[in-house]
Design a protein around this ligand. Sequence first.
Ligand code: IPD
Ligand code: CA
Ligand code: CA
Ligand code: CA
Length: 256
Amino acid sequence: MLKSTLLKATQAGAKVLQEYFNGTFTISHKDTINNLVTEADKKAEEAIIAAIREDYPDHYILSEEIGELRQDSTIKWIIDPIDGTVNFAHGIPLCCVSIGVEQDGEMILGAVYNPLMNELFFAQKGFGATLNDKRISVSAKTSMSNACLVTGFPYNWEETANNPLNVFERFIRQGLPVRRLGSAAIDLCWVACGRFDGFWEHHLNPWDSAAGYLIVQEAGGRVTDFSGNAYSPYQKKILATNGHIHADLLKEINSI
Ligand code: IPD
Ligand code: CA
Ligand code: CA
Ligand code: CA
């Protein structure tokens, strides 16, 4: 039941995303001029929450635009109504709906759907990960030297340990292909299906990674913070890889 509600809510949000993508919409910004939020983010969020509420009126919801709808429930829905809003606003078809379902603090279900590429990634804890219903797994690459990597940068720059630009520079200087797609959820799913071998980012929010990190894990990958500890979506720093190159990437990130 939780799974069918998750898929229903994901589709409801994606329908809004797709309709607005081909049309016109208002765009405003949050704290900084390029931290955008569009009419579609809000409408997609409304559609997702309505779909969940229809089946589970008393579940806890954490969603990017509306914030926390607290309920005394063991189930928490963690929603990014559109991940990749800047892409969306510029007509770049790399954006998606991302929803994770947490039970008693453990992520048990995740769905990431990019309707513009018709790619639905899904995972259930302990049951593997799929792309459009076909099992996926991370890449088999064992060497960092020919890996394809992806990263992202925050809208609000703040100096942190392991400075993101220095880490980026370090990999570029080694001649590694490093991509920046602009959707952390898609980055994670593309690690899960083997298109990328590794993804790291310094400053994510729970809704960016909740579904995607479970999808990577269920596809056989490894997800940690920058100290190599088990990842939780409530921490900002994430490293997700195929597992084989994880230790090497950790070393590089921590050598800055
Ligand atoms: C953003 C994207 C981007 C990441 C940013 C996120 P949004 O989410 O996931 O890839 O680099 O840190 O905030 O705002 O498009 O939902
Ligand atoms: Ca996001
Ligand atoms: Ca978003
Ligand atoms: Ca946002």
